[in-house]
Design a protein. Structure first.
Lengths: 327, 326
C-alpha cells in the first residue's frame, strides 16, 4: 500500500493563555487523520467554533508546527523536508480561505496577482501563464477578460471566492484545504461554490479537505467525515454511515440540533440528549477524561479516562467508552 | 395568531444618503403584522432586512432616512405613527414598552463590569419609581419564570456562555411585556447546539407571553422550523409573503424557489443548482423587477416595469409578473 498523501499522527497543538501565556491548553489534542493518495476523496472536518478545525487546517498547510505528533506528506515528516520537497509540497497542497477578500492583495489587480502565482509556482512565462489562468478561470465559469485590470473590491464575494478556487487550482495541486469556503458567501450562491469543489474532485482528481461547521454542506461534498469536539476527533468514518447512524453522544446532539425546514415545528419535539451547563470552564479542556464529559448524559466513572478510537463497523470509528464496553 | 393587526407598514421607502449616492435599502415595503405571530424576514446579506427593522423600530438617524410611507403601531388604547415621532418621544412612549429590538450580536451589549441582575435593576429603576429591594426580588422571580438558573443573576457577563448571554438579552427585551419584539439574527453567532437550545427557549417564551416576534435570519432552515409566516426580501423589496408551510411546499417567486431548492440537505447528495450572478448594487438597482438579471423566467416586461404586489389568496402575496394579470 502506498503512503497516504497527507497524514496526521497523534498531533497536538498547545496554545498559551492567561496573563503571560504560561498556562497552556490544547487547541488540537491527539488527532489522527489521513488522506489517501490512491483515489481522490473529500475529507470533511466538522465541529463547532473552538473545536480546533482551523488549527488542524493550519497544521496541514505547514503554517503551524504541532507541539506533539508528526505530520507526514507522502510518508515524509513535513517539518524535515528538504527545500525541493517543500516547493513540491507548496505546489501540491493549496489553501482556500474563509474570506476571499483576505486571499488577495487589495492594492494589486487580480490578474497580475494570478500571473505572479503562475510564474513563481509553475515557472511559466507570461503568455503561458495567461493561457493557464484562462483555463482555470473557465473551470469556475469566469474568463480572463473579466478579471483583467480589476482589483479585489470590484468583485462580489461569490466571484472572488471562485477566483480564489481558480488560484488554488492554478498550481495543479493534489490536495485543496478549504477552511469554511462558503460561510461568507450569500445563500443563493453557496451551492455553486460547492459544485465547483465537487467537480474539482470528479474531473481534476483533486482530493479536498473541507472544513466547516455546517454538516449539511459537508454531506453534500464529502466522502469521509471527522467530527471534532474541543480539539479531539470523537467520531470518524464514511460520511453516509456517520450521518445515517451517528453513535457518539455529541454527534447525535449535533445532528439533532440541525434545523430542517421539512420538519417544521415538529423539529422542537425531539429532546436533545444533553445536560445543560451554565458557566464555561477552560479547566475541562485540561482534564484527562473524555472532552464531552460535562455535557454527556450517559457518563460513567470510566469516562474520567480518555477514550480511544475503536472501529464499530467497517470505516466507522468512534471514541467513546460506551462502545468499548460493548465490544 | 389572531387577526388583530399590531403594525402596518404602508409603502415604506428608506435608504442611506452617502455622499452623492442614495442606497435604496428599503424600497416600497407594505406589510401587516398580527398579534402573537412569529414573522420571519428572510434574504441574503445586504438585502435590507436590518434596515427594515430599524425603520420599524423608528431608530432613523442620518445617513438613514425615510423617503415616504408610514409605519403605524396599534396598541390597545393608542395608535402611534412611528415615522413621525422623534427619538426622544419614542424613548418615552414606545420603546421597551411596546417595541423592543434585539440587535445583531446583542450579547455584546452587556456591561462586563456589572452583574447580570444589576442590568435589570438599572433598567427597572429607569422606567419606574420602585424601591431597589423590591426590584431585586422581582428580578429574581422574573429570571426564574424565564427558566434561567439562579446563579446567573449574580454572575458577570464574562462568566456566561454565548447562548446564556443571548438569553439574558432576550429576558431584558421582554422585561416590560412588549407587544412586538424585533430580533435581528439572534442566533447567528452561536453554535448549532446552542442555537437549538436558544430557539427552543425563545419559542416557549413567545408562546407564554404571546408577543409578536419578527425574526430576521439568513438561514432558511431556521425560518422553516420557527416562523408562522415569512417575508422573502430581495434587494430592498419583499418579493413574497406566505405562511411558512406554504412557502416551503410551493414557493412562487423564482427567487424564493431558488433559495429553497439550493439548500443542501443532510442525507441527500443529488446535485443542486444555484442562481447565477449576484445581488444588485442598491445605489444603482436595475430597472423593472430587481431580480430580472438573475431570473431564469425573465420576460420582456420584467426588464421594463416593476411588478406590483399581487394577492394570491388570503395571507399570500407575491411581486412577480408571472402571477400578475396584465
Amino acid at each position: 500500500m502506498s503512503n497516504p498523501l497527507l497524514s496526521l499522527d497523534n498531533v497536538s497543538k498547545y496554545f498559551g493563555y492567561g496573563v503571560i501565556g504560561l498556562l497552556r491548553f490544547p487547541a488540537v489534542d491527539g488527532v489522527n487523520l489521513s488522506i489517501g493518495s490512491e483515489k481522490p476523496e473529500v475529507v470533511t472536518i466538522v465541529g463547532e467554533s473552538g473545536s480546533g478545525k482551523t488549527t488542524v487546517a493550519k497544521i496541514m498547510l505547514r503554517i503551524l508546527k504541532p507541539t506533539h505528533g508528526v505530520v507526514k506528506y507522502l510518508g515524509k515528516d513535513l517539518w524535515k523536508l528538504k527545500r525541493g520537497d517543500i516547493r513540491r509540497f507548496i505546489k501540491d497542497v493549496q489553501p482556500i480561505f474563509q474570506d476571499p477578500m483576505d486571499t488577495f492583495n487589495p492594492f494589486e489587480t487580480v490578474d497580475s496577482y494570478l500571473i505572479s502565482v503562475a510564474r513563481s509556482l509553475l515557472k511559466l512565462d507570461k503568455d503561458e501563464s495567461i493561457e493557464r489562468i484562462s483555463r482555470t478561470l473557465e473551470f469556475v465559469g469566469l474568463t480572463f477578460d473579466k478579471v483583467k485590470g480589476k482589483r479585489p473590491n470590484e468583485f462580489s464575494g461569490g466571484e472572488l471566492q471562485r477566483i480564489s478556487i481558480a488560484r488554488a487550482l492554478l498550481a495543479q495541486p493534489r490536495l485543496l484545504i478549504a477552511d469554511e469556503p462558503v460561510s461568507m458567501i450569500d445563500a443563493s450562491l453557496r451551492i455553486n461554490i460547492l459544485n465547483y469543489l465537487r467537480r474539482a474532485k470528479d474531473e481534476l482528481n483533486i482530493s479536498i479537505v473541507y472544513i466547516t461547521h455546517d454538516i449539511a454542506t459537508a454531506n453534500y461534498v464529502g466522502d469521509k467525515i471527522y467530527v471534532m469536539y474541543r480539539g479531539s476527533v470523537v467520531e470518524q468514518g464514511d460520511i453516509d454511515k456517520v450521518i445515517e447512524n451517528p453513535l457518539h453522544p455529541y454527534t447525535k446532539v449535533l445532528l439533532e440540533s440541525l434545523p430542517d425546514y421539512r420538519k417544521g415545528r415538529e423539529w422542537f419535539k425531539t429532546r436533545l440528549a444533553q445536560s445543560t451547563q451554565t458557566v464555561i470552564e477552560i479547566r475541562e479542556m485540561l482534564l484527562k477524561g473524555c472532552k464531552y464529559l460535562s455535557y454527556c448524559p450517559f457518563k460513567t466513572e470510566k469516562c474520567y479516562e480518555r477514550p480511544f478510537m475503536i472501529e464499530v463497523e467497517k470505516n466507522h470509528y468512534i471514541s467513546c467508552w460506551i462502545y468499548h464496553n460493548n465490544k | 395568531m389572531s387577526n388583530e393587526t399590531v403594525l402596518i407598514l404602508n409603502n415604506v421607502k428608506a435608504g442611506y444618503a452617502i455622499k452623492r449616492k442614495f442606497i435604496d435599502a428599503v424600497s416600497g415595503v407594505s406589510l401587516e403584522l398580527f398579534h402573537g405571530e412569529i414573522f420571519g424576514l428572510a434574504g441574503e446579506s445586504g438585502c435590507g432586512k436590518s434596515t427594515l427593522l430599524r425603520v420599524i423600530y423608528g431608530f432613523v438617524e442620518p445617513p438613514l432616512q425615510i423617503i415616504e410611507g408610514s409605519v403605524i403601531l396599534k396598541t390597545k388604547d393608542e395608535k402611534f405613527e412611528i415615522n413621525k415621532l422623534g427619538i426622544e418621544e419614542l424613548k418615552k412612549r414606545v420603546w421597551w414598552r411596546y417595541i423592543t429590538w434585539i440587535l445583531q450580536g446583542a450579547m455584546n451589549v452587556l456591561n462586563p463590569t456589572m452583574r447580570i441582575q444589576d442590568h435589570f435593576i438599572e433598567m427597572m429603576m429607569l422606567y419606574s419609581n420602585v424601591d431597589r429591594k423590591e426590584v431585586q426580588k422581582f428580578i429574581l422571580e422574573y429570571l426564574r419564570s424565564l427558566g434561567l438558573p439562579k446563579e446567573v443573576a449574580n454572575a458577570y457577563p464574562t462568566q456566561l456562555s454565548g447562548g446564556m448571554k443571548q438569553r439574558i438579552v432576550i429576558a431584558l427585551a421582554l422585561l416590560f411585556n412588549p407587544l412586538i419584539v424585533l430580533a435581528d439574527e439572534p442566533t447567528s453567532a452561536l453554535d448549532v447546539v446552542t442555537q437549538r437550545v436558544l430557539l427552543e427557549h425563545l419559542l416557549a417564551v413567545q408562546k407564554e407571553k404571546r408577543f409578536t416576534l419578527v425574526l430576521v435570519s439568513h438561514d432558511m432552515d431556521i425560518h422553516g422550523v420557527f416562523t408562522d409566516r415569512i417575508g422573502v426580501m430581495y434587494a430592498g423589496k419583499i418579493v413574497e409573503i406566505a405562511p411558512t408551510e406554504e412557502l416551503f411546499n410551493e414557493p412562487m417567486h423564482p427567487y424564493s424557489k431558488a433559495l429553497i431548492e439550493s439548500l443542501p440537505r443532510v442525507g441527500d447528495k443529488t446535485i443542486r443548482k444555484g442562481l447565477t450572478g449576484s445581488p444588485p448594487d442598491l445605489s444603482n438597482p436595475p430597472p423593472g423587477c430587481r431580480f430580472h438579471p438573475r431570473c431564469p423566467y425573465a420576460m420582456d416586461i420584467c426588464r421594463r416595469e416593476e411588478p406590483p404586489q399581487t394577492t394570491i389568496d388570503k395571507n399570500r402575496y407575491v411581486s412577480c409578473w408571472l402571477y400578475t394579470k396584465r
